[in-house]
Write a protein of this length. Structure first.
Length: 256
């Protein structure tokens, strides 16, 4: 049963209700986009597992296509008033939330935070439960750095690397407010102890400000097969460390 459910878990995570498996090995349900009953299918056939198709409105694609369309339709349906109320709750201006695609899901009524990759295609769609203050990534999808789609190719521009999506949004607002947005790039790790070694490639040959609440996260980044040339300790609590990231061969090291 676990294998049978696997292709639909991302859909279930975002509130899609599925019925019984049909004779053609697919789940059949109402389309979340056009609401036509029993027109939306999700394939369970190995070669096309997780592929959806609506025989009414023509929506189709893989899991990422579904997330992209869910986000698009949810953003269109999110009222200005609800976004303003949420902005007050998070203490982040609604203009910044809107700029980064924050919207309320048409399926669950939870808030959605889209994660785009380097090519500006969606790689995850986070769901935020306001009553519990919990932000979760779509089931079965990999975590990714936040705001990666906005990372410039200008290696002279420092990267501000923070912990958490909301912190990144607040920092983006501050840079806009002081008119310094074009001077820095912002990236965010999903949370404490979530940094992945393969993310280091985005920091290569860049000056990086590590802005975290806990020093263990910094240590994990600095041990990742890269060396860091310490430039200065700028502040403490939250910890802000300015480093120069560069790829090295051999064991990781830190040069003082």
């Amino acid at each position: 049963m676990e294998d049978v459910l696997s292709p639909v878990k991302p859909y279930l995570f975002h509130g899609l209700e599925v019925g019984e498996i049909t004779s053609s090995q697919q789940y059949q349900t109402a389309c979340p986009f056009c609401e036509k009953t029993n027109k939306f299918t999700i394939s369970l056939v190995k070669e096309n597992a997780g592929v959806f198709n609506c025989f009414s409105c023509g929506s189709s694609g893989n899991t990422y296509s579904f997330l992209a369309q869910l986000h698009k339709e949810s953003k269109k349906a999110t009222s200005k008033e609800s976004l303003v109320e949420f902005a007050k709750f998070k203490k982040i201006p609604s203009a910044i939330l809107n700029l980064h695609g924050i919207c309320k899901s048409i399926l669950t009524n939870k808030w959605l935070v889209p994660i785009w990759g380097r090519t500006k295609s969606i790689v995850n769609l986070l769901s935020y439960e306001q009553t519990t203050n919990i932000l979760r990534g779509t089931t079965q999808l990999k975590q990714s750095l936040y705001m990666l789609e906005s990372l410039s190719n200008d290696h002279s521009r420092p990267i501000l690397l923070v912990e958490g999506h909301w912190d990144a949004l607040v920092l983006d607002f501050i840079l806009h407010r002081i008119q310094k947005k074009t001077e820095y790039d912002i990236l965010a790790v999903p949370g404490a102890n979530s940094f992945q070694p393969n993310w280091l490639e985005y920091l290569d040959d860049r000056e990086v400000y590590l802005i975290f609440d806990h020093p263990e996260i910094m240590k994990k980044i600095l041990r990742g097969g890269y060396c860091a040339q310490f430039a200065s300790i700028l502040a403490c609590c939250p910890l802000i460390l300015r480093v120069k990231m560069c790829a090295v061969t051999g064991p990781p090291c830190v040069r003082r």
